[in-house]
Design a protein around this ligand. Structure first.
Ligand code: 4AD
Ligand code: MG
Length: 431
């Protein structure tokens, strides 16, 4: 493998190297010709000087089209004016393939067109920056749990029952007799895992047949979900806060250049430190009413409500203890006020809405069966899940962090569709 890439080119100053990549841009001023080449890690300028190279190689410049693949050999020189800070003074230019007319030219395109060409759009600098941030977010989140002794336990994608309500299930035939559903969350399986390993997490794709066309909803999104035995709501709030602080710090240190490409106001991220504020559902409702929203107590908050609430805070804010009626069956009721559940949502600042949802889980087998029935679910179908409460039940709690919403917030981009390599939306399954 060729060791030189544009992100380590500084180590090759003065040396002759061969760089492989794709053409981003070219221009000519008589006897000197310039290529801007991207190689997947960054960009470098290639300078072609007639006197320095073989005529045939020099003339290959003319056939090069946008995104043509090539290999160039030459001497690395520092040049502050060059994009990327270095140039290669070429002695050879070899073409791998001349690209057909590239559909994503430098002019502005509508987002529909770009999403139709997502397989090519990934090559552009902004998409590159967002997906590099995504890489850091996932890697840091996984390392965060690994470092704290959590065991990675992969949850199944095909499941026999719902976790987060039956209205957003994707259904498929499972051979002749059965239906299978795409997983909405790995949580129920993580609860089994927590009883076996104490602290576990999963990180994978989850699916919701959300009929909503909002900037926060995908039909396929990724979640990282820790679950902890012998833990309660305050424990997982602390864990969630520390996870978010760790992720933001890591992105600020590893992805500075990407944040610059995205023109992200990093001062907003630099203030993300412990402690986060934590308010009750009731207080959140009061905030909305003070803002003139005729919010009905008992409902979950909508996207617009979340934005209004989080606008009161500069850092992420926890909302805890929602009405039991607004949340899924597995949440534990507050022993001090049984109409609410021991749950929390973490709202990101700057209008990005809920990025984390979690709770303490009902650990009593009778109460849990009751809650299943109340939710219109059959306790028989959840018999394995109820077993967890029959054989050494303990208090336990966990949460799920949505990867794409977290990335959207950190990158400061308005829509989650750009935070996943190939978004799946209400009206999009291609490419
Ligand atoms: O609040 P949710 O639905 O929680 C659960 O699924 C729990 N079972 C997690 C757990 O406790 N283990 O989803 C968690 C997070 C949300 O806060 C949000 O960030 C993200 O998942 N999310 C979505 N992201 C993109 N598109 C969607 N349609 C999403 N639905 C939820
Ligand atoms: Mg939620």
């Amino acid at each position: 493998m060729n060791p030189i890439t544009t992100n380590n080119i500084d180590q090759y100053e003065g040396k002759t190297v061969t760089l492989s990549g794709w053409l981003v841009h070219k221009r000519s001023s008589g006897k000197v010709r310039f290529l801007v080449v991207r190689d997947g890690t960054g960009i470098a300028q290639v300078t072609l000087v007639k006197a320095e190279m073989d005529e045939e190689h020099f003339e290959r410049y003319h056939s090069l089209t946008l995104e043509s693949s090539l290999m160039v050999t030459g001497i690395v020189k520092k040049d502050d004016r060059a994009p990327g800070g270095y140039e290669i003074l070429a002695s050879q230019l070899n073409i791998l393939q001349i690209a057909e007319e590239y559909p994503i030219a430098e002019k502005e395109h509508g987002v529909g067109f770009l999403l139709d060409h997502r397989h090519l759009w990934l090559r552009s600098s902004k998409q590159h920056a967002v997906l590099r941030v995504r890489h850091t977010v996932i890697q840091t989140a996984r390392r965060f749990f690994d470092d704290r002794g959590f065991i990675l336990l992969d949850a199944p994608i095909m499941t026999p029952v719902a976790c987060e309500g039956t209205t957003t299930l994707f259904e498929t035939d499972y051979f002749e007799e059965q239906k299978a559903y795409l997983s909405q969350s790995g949580q129920l399986y993580m609860e089994a895992g927590a009883m076996a390993f104490r602290k576990v997490y999963c990180c994978g794709p989850t699916f919701r047949a959300e009929k909503s066309k909002t900037r926060r909803h995908l039909t396929e999104f990724w979640m990282i979900e820790p679950e902890v035995a012998f833990a309660g709501l305050p424990d997982i709030m602390e864990l969630a806060e520390s996870l978010i602080v760790t992720i933001v710090k890591e992105v600020l240190s590893s992805n500075r250049e990407d944040l610059r490409t995205l023109e992200r106001d990093v001062s907003k991220l630099e203030m993300i430190e412990s402690p986060f504020e934590s308010i009750s559902y009731d207080r959140a409702v009061r905030i909305l009413r003070n803002e003139g929203v005729p919010f009905e107590r008992g409902n979950d908050f909508g996207g617009g409500d979340e934005t209004l609430i989080s606008d009161q805070f500069e850092k992420p804010v926890f909302i805890h203890r929602y009405p039991a009626s607004s949340k899924p069956f597995y949440m534990k009721n507050d022993p001090e006020k049984s109409s609410v559940v021991l749950c929390m949502d973490l709202l990101a600042p700057e209008g990005y809405g809920e990025i984390i949802g979690g709770s303490a889980r009902e650990e009593d087998v009778e109460l849990l069966s009751q809650k299943l029935s109340n939710a219109g679910l059959s306790p028989e179908a959840f018999s394995w899940y109820l077993d967890l409460r029959k054989y050494g039940s303990v208090p336990h709690a966990g949460f799920g962090m949505g990867i794409e919403r977290t990335v959207a917030w950190i990158c400061g981009i308005p829509h989650v569709r750009e935070t996943i390599p190939f978004p799946r939306l209400l009206q999009r399954l291609y490419p």
